[in-house]
Design a protein around this ligand. Structure first.
Ligand code: NI
Length: 183
């Protein structure tokens, strides 16, 4: 077990386009995935992208734990997606709270597509494709953004919706909501 160092906002690795993985079945990749899983659970977090642990590869890890399941969501165990590609399947976007292990202590209300298609490789090299909605769609969009050098704050339209994690419960959404925020 290894807990990896997580790059924080400001580190250049978080602003780069990550390199595609050329061989999904590499033994080194198994080690990386195991260490990323340990790191994600230790944090704890619901997703981690390889650039966040200073590895310049297009690989993401994510999960939907029982305590994050919302309406229509299902629990998703630790899942690896290599060289992922996503396609919005609706123009509809909704705001939802996000945090990021590379942006500690903050939460933001971020607009994301509610329904996406995704494809990529599993660690054994097999190809997978599927669709995701709700919280899972949000997590996959967040993690894939890391592979292109984006943080969730880049997706926000109104930085008044960025708050310290200790103030999430005192935040009054109705003070800020307008048509732009709900677009
Ligand atoms: Ni993140």
């Amino acid at each position: 077990m290894a807990i990896l160092k997580i790059a924080r906002m400001g580190h250049p690795v978080l602003r780069q386009n990550a390199r595609p993985v050329s061989d999904a079945a590499l033994p080194d990749l198994r080690q990386l995935i195991g260490d990323m899983s340990d790191t994600m659970h230790d944090a704890p977090g619901v997703g981690l992208a390889a650039p966040q642990v200073l590895v310049d590869l297009r690989l993401i890890l994510y999960r939907v734990p029982a305590d994050r399941v919302g309406d229509g969501d299902v629990v998703v165990p630790d899942t690896v997606l290599i060289n992922p590609e996503i396609t919005p399947l609706t123009d509809h976007m909704v705001l939802g709270w996000e945090g990021c292990l590379s942006v500690p202590a903050f939460r933001g209300l971020v607009p994301r597509h509610t329904h996406i298609g995704y494809c990529g490789l599993r660690p054994d090299g097999s190809r997978v494709e599927g669709e995701a909605t709700g919280f899972l769609a949000r997590v996959i969009q967040h993690e894939c953004d890391h592979l292109d050098g984006f943080l969730y704050i880049d997706r926000m339209h109104d930085l008044r919706l960025l708050v310290h994690e200790d103030e999430v419960d005192s935040f009054r959404f109705s003070d800020y909501i307008d048509s732009d925020n709900n677009a």
